[in-house]
Design a protein around this ligand. Structure first.
Ligand code: NAG
Length: 165
């Protein structure tokens, strides 16, 4: 691992945070259908939108740890929890407030809308984070500071932990 500016405690803290981010998501998504978005990337997106708070219900027009709207869920192909029916009343909220199903919703959405938003020649987690926040059609726009900042910190911590960069 490359030596960073951080001294002893900060390094420990960073490692703890990065591990927590990874675990928060690894724990949740194991066994889920693979989509284009890595588990680490899902972890950083939920970290940026909700601190990966799995107890979040619905608030206004968004629900769950990814704060997903009905339209996003519909675009994602209306995934449902086991034994549920996409046309049943409440199927949306039951899915997106359940971490596995919420992650499948993000995968479904990115399968449909995944693209190179920032024109850097690759489709990566930065693009997925932008699409998650700005939608499939507006993803080259500016991200809100707080969202971008939390996302970038998460990515950096994960990369440091992995010993890359
Ligand atoms: C998670 O969300 C719930 C419901 O809004 C809230 O009561 C709780 O304090 C949050 N937990 C954290 C760690 O932010």
């Amino acid at each position: 691992m490359k030596r960073m500016m951080a001294g002893g405690w900060s390094r420990v803290l960073l490692a703890v945070v990065a591990t927590a981010v990874a675990c928060a998501f690894f724990g949740v998504t194991v066994g889920q259908d693979q989509g284009p978005v890595s588990e680490i990337c899902l972890g950083c997106i939920c970290e940026a939108v909700s601190n990966c708070n799995r107890s979040l219900g619905c608030n206004g027009d968004v629900c769950g740890l990814f704060r997903i709207t009905w339209a996003y869920w519909a675009d994602a192909g209306k995934p449902v929890i086991a034994q549920d029916n996409p046309d049943a009343e409440g199927a949306y909220a039951r899915c997106v407030t359940e971490p596995f199903c919420a992650a499948s919703t993000v995968q479904g959405y990115m399968r449909k809308f995944g693209k190179d938003c920032n024109g850097d020649g690759v489709v990566n987690c930065f693009d997925y984070a932008a699409i998650h926040r700005l939608g499939g059609y507006g993803c080259s726009g500016a991200l809100e500071y707080n969202y971008q900042n939390k996302f970038m910190n998460c990515q950096r911590q994960v990369q440091e932990l992995a010993g890359r960069k």
